[in-house]
Write a protein of this length. Sequence first.
Length: 125
Amino acid sequence: MNNDKTATTDRLIADAVRSRVAREAGYRERALKIYPWVCGRCGREFTHRNLRELTVHHRNHNHDDNPSDGSNWELLCLYCHDNEHSRQLDADAARQAGVSATTGGTKAPATGQPFANLRELLKKG
């Protein structure tokens, strides 16, 4: 019984991996045909030699949203792609913590006065 579950799980995982690889190969090839081989953020240019360092980024972060016109894609180098996803993770974490960009700008100004009695301290010294 346990071997049947393991075999079924292994088969499901293998099918999911094959499906993902096929999906990625399809939209990557299309994106490389549509767009110039330049990072959309830093402007780095790519050739056949280093093309593996150019990635396809989904603007709406949905890897299943692959319109034929490529409107949900942008080509980013590995570094800019990592940066983009890090920014998204940071924004998600901030949102979960209750921090947002709008509350950051309306925060009350600091009222502490660390040098309020500086004159008296300098007179003593």
